[in-house]
Design a protein around this ligand. Sequence first.
Ligand code: AMP
Length: 400
Amino acid sequence: MAKLTVSDLDVKGKKVLMRVDFNVPIKDGVIGNDNRIVAALPTIKYVIENGGKAILLSHLGRVKKEEDKPGLSMRPVAERLSNLLNKPVTFVPTTEGKQLEDAIDGLNDGDVLVMENTRYEDVKDGEYVKRESGNDPELGKYWASLGDVFVNDAFGTAHRSHASNVGIASNMAQTAAGFLMEKEITFIGGAVDNPEHPFVAILGGAKVSDKIGVIDNLLAKADKILIGGGMTYTFYAAKGMKIGNSLVESDKIDLAKEILDKAGDKLVLPVDSIVAEKFDNDVAHKTVEGDIPDGYMALDIGPKSVAEFEDVLKDAKTVVWNGPMGVFEMSNYAEGTLEIGKFLGTLKDAKTIVGGGDSTAAVQQLGVADQLSHISTGGGASLEYLEGKTLPGIAAISDK
Ligand code: AMP
């Protein structure tokens, strides 16, 4: 790819600042799920095994007031990282000053240091000053001064211009992508900029309004767009079909009409739905074709739709999927999402890309993640990437 990556760098003996995504769920100091720490290991290991000194920065949650700080300390993350790497990790309970600088000066080649949550900088003396989230120029410059090179492996924040990604990069001679970031750029960036055809997008989830930008951008690039999930019924309403009590965005019906006119047969809507009288897993449900009867709401796509979607997908060379086909959190309405996920797993000649957020949760929960080419780690970032927007965190990475 055109961007510099960590494997292009000579890190030996260097202080390598690394922006990672350690934004893990944490409650009372206990980490709920350490997937994100595990996902950062390849880049961290690469740096230390090649003789670099790894200085890790990440945000954790949102810090808006002084009282938010104790519960959002990076200390438990540093401890977990130490366990995973099976070596000591230095934790520095601050984001600037002598204690941090001395600890960095004391590092030997191959050592690892984790500094405190970058968002502690958002609150100073009780005031919400947003030095990190507002990309305070002095803060980015200061952090950059602590290292020799910068590696950004945090795709999840790439759509934001913060001091710990863009701020540092703009004060560094060289910024490289870590391996996770590189994979996101290769797969999502590759699908958007240079897809192998046939290119099929599958868009689902609750709302049309969240996906307008993605639909617009992909209409120009994809060969087919398959629509599922709750947003289907705003399109049904736009076609004058009955939708019962299904999810609908009344103020987006005109927009849905415009999209349908523009898209022609590129946009494929479900032909059948699983419907129920209540938003509840434990009520009677049935399959209906076309119109949704009065008193019912549509909660999943039906088997005929699944078969039609699979027929379109079977020849695809690139597939991007964002948003579940139904209320996958309830087992009776998870079938559409599960079947599509399983089918994507059988497409061995295609690049199959899941674009973050709920779709990532869905393929993980349904156990099909391993069979797909790429599961994005970023929700908001992957949506904006699919919208064709320039992500500031990626733009700030040096070209090769
Ligand atoms: P999104 O965050 O836009 O990708 O939406 C994901 C959410 O949409 C999930 O929580 C699903 O339960 C929900 N969803 C999917 N299909 C439907 C539907 N037919 N009716 C209501 N909610 C749905």
